[in-house]
Design a binder for this molecule. Structure first.
Ligand code: ADP
Ligand code: MG
Length: 567
């Protein structure tokens, strides 16, 4: 292998030359305690910055085995290292000056959730560590400024690496805490399954966020406290015994006056499929990790989804067993979202009335009398919610502010009162019974045929191509060549790095998987396994692995494939 010295020599040789001469620096160099690899060199100072990775031998990095052997602690450790490295790198970014992106040191910036990321990979057995980042190679105008890159690669970067990637230099107490939190969160997830709970919200949790644009905890918020009837205790491996609200599997209604914190609770549950960092306020808000937020999504495309469980006999005669549209309505989009979540293996629907299509959720009696059921294509969700629970073992947690019909169906009713949950199941049920004496002739629905999940596709003509560019647009969309996939309303997708991963997955699937034989479940399952076995990097077949990919759940893989308009 080349030595650090060799890199210095190359840099001295190409100083002041035209920018493309930087390409000569590509390759791996042995530094004192790590290997620096220049994986991809940018074409000019204004292009996206160069990709660099740092490789540290596991023995030298020295992180304890109990932090790296199990996946959940390993991901938490890697996340902590990314945050630390990012902080160190920040003070050096743009210290080296020049045109365009000269001097930029760019490291992945995780939000409040802990996700597996390509920015830092740790091998479970050896502890070998790879850290990936981007560096803007400095230039004056378009000519190489080698002196500045030498400062970056021989002063700034080594300082960041030393402080962040070696256990002996780390804040060991902090890392110990990170490990313990990950273990406790993992333990709660196993407890959910054992106790047949859909979710757990610990007493003392802070659910609301600082603002619509900040995901940090709100200061001076009312902290969460479980109603006594729903309280459960969990003995954590590290943090002792905690108490909180256990939401049982089944049908749970969250009601309450406007502005009393219903949506905030549901949002926290949506995010509870991921683990949160210490200090977030939602560390012990843990939801069944297959949970899917279901909402209306006017305008989305639907490709051969069997929505006949909810929609039948459309006036235009369209087949709802294999429904196709480029522009779905509120109700058809929400129906498709339900069926596709079933296909993706969910055990929990999370629904907020605020973002639902009313005609999909309910139909009141008077309307049913005036508009005859034969003239109504929609079987509302309320008529299927029990069937989904007992037949498919899919629970529902539903926020309802204005419609009481669900009281008849709910196993539990929680009222949010001034940001605190109160168990009103009994009184709500009683009131509902008294009320139903007044209304007769209930329409009884037959069970629906189970939806068919056999959907096969071929990738559109000319779409299977090595050089297709994957471009992310924040969290909102990703485009593969000219095909833009809208992901704005896939609400549990929270990081632009996840969107990028999905983009690469769609590209991979178009090239290798959509063969007109494999169905959607086989394809999503294949992508999930591939990443599970080979790491996130497996989705991108390029020569180097981008530093900006984050792991996604299989539910989001489905969501993305389902919104692809070019199959
Ligand atoms: P709802 O859905 O019941 O109408 P929201 O959940 O949207 O109410 O909450 C209304 C407002 O109250 C939001 O601005 C939210 O940030 C704030 N809020 C929610 N929960 C709390 C809490 N525990 N403490 C303080 N403010 C809260
Ligand atoms: Mg609301």
């Amino acid at each position: 292998m080349k030595k650090a010295q060799d890199l210095q020599e190359i840099l001295h040789r190409i100083d002041h030359r035209g920018y493309p001469a930087y390409k000569d620096t590509a390759g791996a160099y042995q530094f004192d305690s790590y290997v620096l690899s220049i994986d991809h060199v940018q074409g000019d100072p204004f292009a996206s910055p160069s990709k660099v990775s740092v490789h540290v031998d596991g023995k030298k990095a020295g992180f304890p085995a109990d932090m790296i052997q199990q996946k959940h602690t390993r991901i938490a450790l890697a996340d902590a290292l990314i945050r630390k490295f990012g902080k160190e790198a920040q003070q050096y970014s743009h210290k080296a000056k020049g045109s365009g992106k000269s001097g930029l040191l760019s490291v992945s910036r995780p939000g409040q959730e802990v996700l597996e990321r390509s920015a830092c990979e740790i091998a479970p057995d050896s502890g070998n560590l790879i850290f990936r980042l981007e560096i803007g190679f400095p230039a004056n105008g378009r000519s190489i400024n080698a002196g500045e890159l030498i400062r970056i690669l021989f002063q700034f970067l080594p300082a960041c690496v030393q402080k962040s990637l070696f256990y002996k230099n780390a804040d060991q107490k902090h890392l110990q805490k990170v490990k313990e939190l990950a273990q406790d969160q993992y333990y709660i997830r196993t407890q959910l399954k054992q106790r047949n709970l859909a979710a757990f919200v610990a007493d003392g949790s802070i659910l609301p966020r600082e603002s619509g644009v900040s995901d940090r905890p709100m200061k001076q918020a009312v902290s969460f406290c479980s109603p006594p009837s729903m309280a459960v205790e969990i003995h954590l491996p590290n943090a002792g015994t905690i108490k909180g609200m256990g939401i049982p599997q089944g049908i749970t209604l969250i009601v309450g006056g406007g502005y009393h914190g219903k949506s905030t609770l549901l949002k926290a549950l949506e995010r509870g499929v991921y683990n949160h960092i210490a200090g977030d306020g939602r560390e012990y808000v843990i939801t069944d990790d297959t949970a899917v937020k279901i909402r209306a999504e006017d305008g989305r495309s639907i490709q051969k989804t069997d929505i006949s469980m909810f929609i039948n006999g459309l006036p235009n005669g369209k087949n709802t067993k294999s429904f196709v549209t480029e522009d779905a309505s509120g109700s058809t989009s929400q129906a498709a979202n339900v069926i596709e979540a079933m296909e993706a293996g969910t055990h929990l629907f999370l629904i907020d009335e605020d973002t639902s299509a009313t005609n999909f959720m309910i139909r009141d009696e008077l309307m049913a009398r005036v508009v005859h059921p034969n003239m109504e294509p929609i079987t509302p969700f309320i008529d299927r919610v029990e069937e989904l629970s007992y037949r498919y073992h899919i629970s529902t947690i539903l926020v309802a502010g204005s419609c009481g019909s669900y009281f008849y169906k709910a196993d539990h009713v929680i009222q949010m009162m001034q940001y605190q949950p109160v168990d009103i199941t009994e009184s709500a049920k009683k009131e509902a019974e008294r009320f139903s004496d007044m209304t007769k002739d209930k329409l009884v629905r037959k069970e629906a045929d189970p939806p068919s999940f056999h959907r096969v596709f071929t990738a559109g003509k000319g779409s299977a191509n090595e050089r297709m560019k994957v471009k992310g647009m924040g969290k909102d969309a990703v485009s593969i060549d000219r095909d833009t996939i809208e992901l704005r309303y896939v609400e549990q997708l929270l990081d632009s790095e996840q969107t990028m991963t999905l983009g690469y997955m769609v590209k991979y699937a178009k090239q290798h998987l959509f063969d007109g034989k494999k169905d959607m479940r086989e394809i999503a399952g294949y992508l999930e396994r591939m990443v599970e076995e080979k790491g996130i990097g497996a989705v991108c077949e390029g020569r180097y692995l981008p530093c900006n990919l984050a792991a996604v759940r299989v539910q989001e893989i489905f969501a993305c494939l389902n919104r692809c308009r070019t199959l």
